[in-house]
Design a protein around this ligand. Structure first.
Ligand code: SF4
Length: 210
């Protein structure tokens, strides 16, 4: 969602580079996933780094959540391995809060993908939050009131990603794309026109064979 060209460079070209933003986010996630956030008390069971998936054909996605809270609730759902009923809360950790808005849409869409997976796995209607660690604030995402909007958004993103992947296409930089925080800026050559990895490989193979 941040940049289709970045998606294609990372996933098709296997380009990678780190900058301070990436390292900061990695350190935060290392801490969240190190097991110290997993605990249980009489009201809830909290687990970090839980793998979830949704294999319905329109989504077909999987990922690892930062943190899942199973909160005791008689109106909730049964969770395999736990006794009683629970409502499910997802918490995604981000190092820096945005300015002038409660959350970034790109953070929300990531949490929405997790919700689609969690709801599929546990048959629930999970709530989702972003925890911005610089302001130590948890923000609730409006998936109950704006479900259709996010669902439409994620379907369109998934179809765009599939199209790029299937055609091995690295698109041009979007008009108005912000690049200053991008870790692969030095490898991107954003002014270069689109190129197709498969065509390059095939043309090299053709040249080798001749
Ligand atoms: S430098 Fe800009 S155009 Fe290139 S991948 Fe990064 S954000 Fe996208």
């Amino acid at each position: 969602m941040y940049c289709p060209r970045r998606f294609a460079l990372l996933s098709l070209n296997r380009d990678w580079n780190e900058n301070a933003f990436v390292v900061k986010a990695d350190l935060l996630h290392e801490h969240v996933h190190d097991g110290s956030h997993s605990f249980s008390d009489k009201n809830k069971v909290v687990r970090s780094a839980v793998t979830v998936f949704n294999d319905q054909s329109e989504y077909d996605i999987f990922g690892v959540t930062d943190c899942v809270e199973f909160v005791k609730d008689n109106d909730g759902v049964e969770i395999c391995g736990l006794t009683g009923k629970y409502k499910v809360r997802l918490v995604e950790y981000k190092p820096k809060a945005p300015k002038g808005e409660p959350f970034r849409e790109s953070d929300a869409i990531q949490a929405f993908a997790q919700k689609l997976c969690a709801d599929h796995v546990w048959g629930c209607d999970s709530e989702a939050f972003i925890f911005y660690s610089d302001i130590k604030k948890r923000v609730r995402l409006p998936f109950d009131t704006a479900y259709e909007k996010y669902d439409e958004m994620i379907r369109s993103l998934i179809s765009e990603m599939r199209e790029l992947s299937e055609n091995a296409l690295i698109p041009k930089r979007k008009r108005g794309q912000k690049c200053s925080g991008c870790s692969i800026h030095d490898m991107c050559f954003p002014k270069d026109s689109e190129y197709n990895v498969r065509k390059i490989v095939m043309s090299q193979k053709g040249a080798d064979m001749s």
